[in-house]
Write a protein that binds this ligand. Structure first.
Ligand SMILES: Nc1nc2c(ncn2[C@@H]2O[C@H](COP(=O)(O)OP(=O)(O)O)[C@@H](O)[C@H]2O)c(=O)[nH]1
Ligand SMILES: [Mg+2]
Length: 386
């Protein structure tokens, strides 16, 4: 069981084909949820399981893929990039606390990327940019990064950057924050020396991050101008603040195929992206009709928001995000839309098409409730007391 501060709800956004489902697959592989990497072309990935998705070789609805990493639970919401399915993206944005916009190093900034950016801007959604497919022969990391800088300015901060060899092939990555480098050997991460010719540029990027951190508080500003160095923890604290304020957009990179960058991405998700208590704002209506800000609170009375519904031959699943307290399968709640009392059905943790029954869903977590006949997407299930 995870408490709210050790949960991250992340949605993957971006153009169709940019590599979102492959990235989700690589995160699942690197954390041991699956023991081989499915391929979109073979129709055996976790996130594209619908027969229609397999036939058309694209994602149509949002899949949930939970994984555990460093004592945290990361719920990855893999959205479809196709413009016909933007409703599914809206649902995912409602449930997620942060976004990762996937931008392929082959295609750079596309219409799908710009749409994803706009959705995030409209919601002040903290976000990372993940430059995908760096392993591909005709990919161009530099051109993609430069295009991002040109369009969005200095808030675009390189945090994980690639290493390439003489033939311009990308062979590894460097974490700008801790200045450590890695490569992949047979889907295993191996630490390597930071190449000499990269030292100065890493130093330069690191200095730029320090400047961004300095701007997040007076204390950090004083320290910075006093010529004092930040500790690693202070860097994380400052960058987390910058990401929350949308004054800093970390750029990471990697490959969903050989899993380069996948562990580093998760390290940064945990360190820099908001947990459900810090994330996404909700407005609530009280019993007497007043509007107030809904405070996401683990210790509060139970409340859950239905962000997606699936009905198929296996039954009906109402996907929920628990916004307050915790829910169990014998909880009785009130549907705020209808005023009717609803006894909850069985609770499930979902991973792609797989559902496994759970006893409880805690504050901030995402799961599904079975057989809630009268419940629709957009409903809030609340405690009778509130
Ligand atoms: N070489 C390479 N191919 C990738 C990578 N990520 C995705 N692909 C391929 O690009 C295609 C689209 O990827 P997919 O993850 O389905 O894109 P999505 O629409 O964003 O979910 C598939 O054929 C993937 O195998 C990557 O990092 N490297
Ligand atoms: Mg996909």
């Amino acid at each position: 069981m995870y408490t709210a501060n050790s949960i991250r709800n992340i949605c993957l956004l971006g153009h169709s084909g940019s590599g979102k489902s492959a990235l989700a697959e690589s995160l699942l592989y690197m954390t041991g949820v699956i023991d081989r990497i499915g391929r979109n072309a073979d129709g055996n990935t976790v996130c594209d399981f619908d027969p229609e998705e397999i036939r058309r070789n694209i994602s149509i609805s949002t899949s949930v893929a939970p994984l555990e990493y460093h004592n945290c639970k990361i719920n990855v919401l893999d959205t479809p990039g196709g413009f016909d399915f933007s409703g599914a993206v809206m649902e995912a944005l409602r449930a997620a606390d942060a976004a990762i916009i996937v931008c392929s190093a082959k295609d750079g900034i596309t219409v799908g990327f710009e749409k994803a950016w706009k959705y995030c801007e409209e919601r002040n959604m903290p976000r990372f940019i993940y430059i995908s497919k760096v392993d591909e022969d005709n990919s161009d990391y530099n051109a993609t990064f430069e295009a991002l800088r040109e369009k969005y300015g200095n808030k675009i901060a390189p945090v994980v950057v690639p290493i390439w060899d003489a033939s311009k092939k990308i062979t590894g990555i460097i974490d700008v924050l801790n200045k450590r480098a890695y490569e992949m050997q047979n889907l295993k991460r191996v630490e390597i020396q930071v190449p000499d010719d990269k030292l100065s540029v890493i130093e330069e990027f690191n200095d730029a991050l320090k400047e961004s951190v300095a701007e997040t508080s007076d204390e950090f500003m004083d320290k910075f101008f006093g010529g004092e160095d930040f500790t690693y923890r202070e860097m994380i604290t400052g960058m987390h603040q910058g990401v929350m304020d949308c004054s800093l957009f970390p750029v990471l990179c990697g490959s969903g195929v050989n899993c380069l960058g996948s562990l580093m991405l998760m390290d940064h998700i945990i360190d820099l992206l908001p947990n459900p208590v810090e994330g996404n704002y909700h407005k609530a209506t009280t019993a007497d009709g007043a509007t107030e800000e809904f405070v996401v609170s683990p210790g509060g009375v139970p409340a859950a928001f239905v962000w997606k519904t699936v009905s198929d031959q296996f039954g009906k699943y109402s996907f929920v995000k628990v916004l307050s307290g915790e829910i169990t399968s014998d909880t009785t709640l009130i549907n705020a839309r209808t005023g009717e009392t609803e006894k909850l059905g069985r609770l499930y943790a979902m991973c792609g098409k797989k559902s496994s029954e759970v006893k409880v869903l805690t504050c901030g977590d995402i799961g599904a409730i079975g057989k809630m006949d009268k419940v629709k997407t957009g409903d809030t299930l609340c405690d009778p007391r509130k």
